[in-house]
Write a protein that binds this ligand. Sequence first.
Ligand code: UT7
Length: 397
Amino acid sequence: MRYAHIVGWGKALPQRIMTNDDLARIVDTSDAWIRERTGIVERRIAGPHETTATLAIAAAKEALEVAGLSGHQVDLIIVATATPEHIFPSTASLVQDALGADHAGAFDLSAACSGFVYALSMGADAIKAGSAETVLVIGAETLSRIVNWSDRSTCVLFGDGAGAVVLQAREQPGGVMATLLRSDGSGAELLILPAGGSKMPITPEALAQNLHTIKMNGREVYRFASRILDRAAREVIQKAGWNPEQVDLFVPHQANLRIIESAARALNIPMDKVFCNIQSYGNTSAASIPIALAEAAATGRLRPGDRVVMVGFGGGLTWAAAAVQWSEPRAFHRKGRTWRQLGYSLAGLRSRARRLLRHVEDRIFGSLDPALSNGKSSTPANRPRPQEQSTTSEQKR
Ligand code: UT7
C-alpha cells in the first residue's frame, strides 16, 4: 500500500508589516477593536515586486530544500489560491517554470480558504493512486490586492503570504491518513469577489462600486465557521481511526481567534495543542494552514510521528479537514543545496531561451494561417462578431 508523506515544508512572507495602528490611520478602527474581535495584531503586505507567484515560488523552494529534492523530481504542482496571478495561465504553471519542474503537471485549485486542504487531499490521492511520486502542494495569496482599503469590516482581516509542503510516496504507514471535503454553495454570496469573472467582467461601473474587491457578511461566515470547525475535525479524526485525545496538534485556518478558541473548547483540546499565528499574519486564506505547518515544524511544535489535524473553511461556502501523521523530513544535503540553486538559475535561463526561440520562430515563419499570411482574409479586428453573424443568417431567412 502507498502512503503520501509530508517530507518538506516552507513558507514565504512579504517583508512589509502593517500593524493595527497603521490601519487605524486609514480607516475608522482601533488596535483594541481588531485585537479583541479577531486576535490579529499585524499582517504582511506584498510589495510592488511581490505577487502570488513570487511568494509561491519562494515557499516551494524552501519546502524542496527541507525535502532535499529538486524541481526536476516533482510530478505534480497544485497551487491553492483565491488570488491567482491571472485567471489563466495558472499560477501553478508559473511556479513549474521557475522551479524547472520539467516533468510536472500544474494546476490551480479554487476553494478559497479551504483550498490548501483540498489541494493536500488531491495531491495525496494522486500519490495513493500511483499517478504521482512527488507532489508540491502550495497555498499562496496576495489578498491585499483584492481588499477594499476603505471597508473597515474586511480590510483589517486579511494578509499576504504563502506556504508549501512536499508530498512523497512511501510504503511505510503515515502521512495523510484521512481527508474530508465539503461545500454548501447556497452560501456563495456570503463571501464573494463579485466582479472579474465571466458573470460580471470588470467594467468602469463595477470598479466605481468596488465590486472587484472582497465582500463578506462577517457575522454569517462567523456563525458557519463556528458550526463546522469542531464537527469537521471530529469527523476526520474518526475517519483516521483516532480519538480526539490522541491529536498532538490542531492547525485550524487562521480566520479569527475567537472561532479557533470556541472550536478548541468544543473539541476539549487545550489551547497549547492548537497552533495560532493569526496575531502575526491575519487571515491569509489558502496560505494560512501551510504557513502554520511550516512554523510548527520549524519551532519543534510538530515532530515526526505527531498526529496533526487541520481544518480549512471559507468562501463557497467550503470546508475541508485532514488528519496527518507527521513524517521525518528527508535528509538535508548542503551540497544538494548548491545544485538546487544552480538548477533554478538554469531553469530561469531555459525559460528565457524558450521565449526567445518562440519569438524568433514567429518572426521567421509568421502566421500558420495561410489565408492570413496571404493577406486575403479578415484580420481579427474586422472579422464579424458572433452577434453580427447571427443577424446576417436571420436576415437571410
Ligand atoms: O477566511 C474566511 C472566513 N472568514 C471568517 O471566518 C470571518 C468570520 N467573521 C468574523 O471574524 C467576524 O464576524 C468579524 C471579525 C469580521 C467581525 O466581528 P463581529 O464581532 O462579528 O463584528 P460585527 O460585524 O458584528 O460588527 C460589530 C460592530 C459594528 O458596529 P455597530 O453596527 O454595532 O455599531 C461594526 O460596524 O463593529 C463595527 N466594526 C468595526 N469597528 C471598528 C466592524 N469592523 C470594525 C472595525 N473597527 N474594523
